[in-house]
Write a protein that binds this ligand. Sequence first.
Ligand code: PMP
Length: 334
Amino acid sequence: MSEIVYSTAQLVGHTPLMELVNYEAVHGITAHLLAKLESYNPSGSIKDRAALQMIREAERRGDILPGDTIVEQTSGNTGIAIAALAIPMGYQVEIFLERGASLERREMLEAFGVRLLTYRDALGIRTDAERESGWQEPEREATLAEIEAYCRRQKKPHFFLNQAENRDNPRAHSLTTGPELWEQTGGKVDALVCMAGTGGTVLGLSMYLRKKNPALRVIVAQPAEESRLSAENPHCQIIDGVLPVEGVPDGDIADFVRDSHYDEAVDISAAEAFATARELAGTEGLLIGTSSAAALLAARRVCERGGFDDQNVVVIMPDNGMKYLSTPCFHRTE
Ligand code: PMP
């Protein structure tokens, strides 16, 4: 049988699950830390799954046709995924890039030929001079309503995929990531540790895996207070692509996160995540992304409290370290 594939879409999913045996040994962890290596997706992140599901379903419903423009708001990974999957299908892609996205994410989007927009485009007030001076980080992000209004104003069809509210985002994980994990572990997932942006990953996985194992523990690592962008803290080091799930105004918590009924949130700072990413490069030879590293450290902390002997603790690793080489993550200061 031929093993040739014919599109990036066919390369989405079926990512490896690797036990971090050296890391376990170094830290005396008696659980099995199982890393789901989502950087093995074709555009390099877990977001290929959500993007593919959202594009396919939008096509099936007749919301989009090749030739149309797909619009999304993203910290980068979803935009890169949409570009890699949709541009070859004949779509154009426009992205409202969230604040704080690493340089690599922006450059990847530009390399794919994506048009990068800001809230000033959404409001129709970005000048040609601003556009020509290259990408400048905007002082705020566009609201969902502003993006919808922007799409309606365009002469040619523009469709806002809206991963934050699109149920096909979590569904991608109930349909693919969850079943893969169940199969790869021979039907034994005791705990799940991940971070949350839209919350699509934690919702989709907890829905699927809790049906399989009602005793599943779901732990969400969240950026600690000092690693959250705010008016008082506008230049702090952040963990790219993720948001707090607790300790912020209710309206700032993603609906998908709330619906996931996770058991516990664990605070991790960007500096701690960076140190963990550097450590894993040496112990396992894996260059992981910063949200992967934060999830791993949260898993270690939970295991160190006890009660996970011989249990399978799955850690979601959404992308790899290549997108963070320009950030302080891999620059040793000590
Ligand atoms: N880690 C990284 C690096 C991401 O880009 C994202 C998505 N923005 C997440 C984690 C969180 O994924 P989700 O949106 O499914 O919660």
